[in-house]
Write a protein that binds this ligand. Structure first.
Ligand code: SF4
Ligand code: SF4
Length: 455
């Protein structure tokens, strides 16, 4: 696949499937025409778009998709299989919103379109089965945990290695093979939550904060959650961790599963209802972006709309929060030697929340650390929630590029703030035979505060 120069093709020349007889959008929240009209078709967003970068077609760029939305809204095109494939190829990375000089709210547009596609486009049986599996499993830690024992056995008996080396699953279902390829190693820590409901602050106490555990993060990256609680505590925060909390709704929300997203958002708001916290802290980029958007997700719910806005106003990414309030804990060097790190931006931090400097500022406060920047730092790694499972070809190409760019910095460690990005990068590092370790920035701060050196 190749990248072509940004095209100025007329919308009439786009491959929209105009000859089909299938219907367009329904009348429940089609993409807002005023948001579509804000696009002046300048094309500045094209080179920042990962799907355009890999596929190389206008129809798989932000501008092309906006043309397509416009045509469907006006009844000039239908929601055909071809049209849906162009919407599906979007990673939702939001790089186009950062690049757009006209302030086009592409995130709102694609959110509307995804819900429309879910309601109005019948997907194939295998596609429905895969999506059903993803949305009935991943947002529910208890259900993931039911599968841990067979998964541990599968890994322990070496079946996983066999499946990967023979490529059999890949030939049968590339999507299931992609899911299998990023499966983290099941450890004893995965089976239960190890944090108490309250972690006391180390004196002097400065804040009382709530902490979100996530769903995949909670099961497979409990070490990151534990490090987060320790770092917050060491910096004067009493940490409240309600046991009743579930998924933040990021996964269904980003895929247009509106009813499920709203139900999960309400449950999250209820979980923190009586906690009286100053802030609500999250350590995963994709979740943070959604948690800050509850006012919009629940905009049609009179009972929860205002509560959603109040909740979101308290949400902070942990790095954003620590950089804002300042570290009070003392940091020590992680190595006797100077340590060269590369920070890998997560799209939902960089583009979704505009958070680029706080993680870098915090890492640079660790004695002996120097930071380096990779080529194409703003380009998505291809993880994008469940995109790497649904669209493995494009995701693999982006993952390979990102892993190569990170390795080429010569850094001895990669810092990344999102579990999905971590799994994607680790997969592609392994495929390239690279052994550069990857950690969440909060784990590095935790080690530094504890005075522990990296092995
Ligand atoms: S969200 Fe990302 S993948 Fe989708 S159009 Fe924008 S830049 Fe391209
Ligand atoms: S979305 Fe923004 S940057 Fe992209 S073509 Fe439209 S106006 Fe230009």
């Amino acid at each position: 696949m190749q990248t072509s120069e940004p095209s100025t093709a007329s919308p009439l020349k786009l491959e929209t499937g105009l000859d089909s007889n299938t219907d367009g959008f329904d009348r429940h929240e089609p993409p807002e025409q005023s948001l579509i009209d804000a696009c002046v078709h300048c094309g500045f967003c094209l080179t920042t778009c990962p799907s355009y970068r890999v596929i190389g077609k206008e129809t798989d760029s932000p501008r092309g998709r906006i043309y397509l939305m416009d045509a469907i809204n006006k009844g000039e095109a239908d929601l055909t299989e071809a049209a849906v494939s162009h919407f599906d190829s979007c990673l939702g990375c939001l790089a186009c919103t950062t690049a757009c000089p006209s302030g086009v709210q592409y995130d709102r547009l694609i959110d509307s379109v995804r819900s429309q596609v879910n309601r109005n486009h019948p997907r194939s049986l295998p596609a429905r089965a895969l999506r059903g599996l993803i949305f009935s499993l991943f947002p529910y830690p208890d259900r993931i945990r039911l599968l841990l024992s067979p998964l541990a056995l599968y890994q322990w008996l070496g079946v996983s290695k066999l499946v990967r080396s023979t490529g059999l699953l890949d030939r049968w279902s590339p999507q299931l093979a992609a899911m299998e390829s990023i499966l983290p190693t099941v450890t004893p820590q995965c089976f239960q939550d190890n944090l108490p409901e309250t972690v006391p602050a180390q004196e002097p106490k400065r804040y009382r904060v709530g902490m979100i555990l996530g769903c995949v993060q909670r099961v497979f990256f409990s070490n990151v959650n534990e490090a987060t609680a320790r770092v917050l505590s060491a910096n004067g925060c009493e940490v409240v961790i309600p046991k009743s909390q579930g998924c933040c709704s990021a996964l269904p929300s980003h895929q247009g599963e509106t009813d499920q997203a709203q139900a999960l958002a309400r449950q999250m708001i209820d979980s923190f209802a009586d906690t009286e916290v100053d802030y609500i802290i999250i350590n995963a980029a994709g979740c943070g972006h959604t948690l800050k958007d509850y006012g919009h997700i629940l905009k049609d719910d009179p009972d929860y709309r205002e509560r959603g806005i109040a909740f979101s106003n308290k949400v902070r990414d942990v790095q954003e929060f620590l950089a804002e309030v300042g570290l009070s804990a003392k940091l020590s060097a992680l190595s006797d030697q100077p340590l060269k790190l590369v920070y890998k931006d997560a799209c939902h931090l960089r583009h979704g929340q505009g958070i680029t400097q706080p993680p870098r500022q915090l890492l640079q406060q660790i004695p002996g650390v120097t930071l380096t920047e990779p080529m194409d730092a703003a380009l998505c790694c291809g993880s994008a929630g469940v995109y790497n499972m649904l669209q493995p070809d494009v995701a693999n190409e982006l993952g390979q590029m990102k892993a190569t760019n990170l390795v080429n910095t010569g850094a001895s460690l990669i810092a990344s703030s999102n579990p999905g990005c971590a799994l994607q990068i680790q997969k592609h590092l392994a495929q390239q035979g690279q052994t550069v370790p990857l950690m969440h920035p909060i784990e590095l701060l935790d080690r530094s505060i504890a005075g522990e050196q990296l092995e």
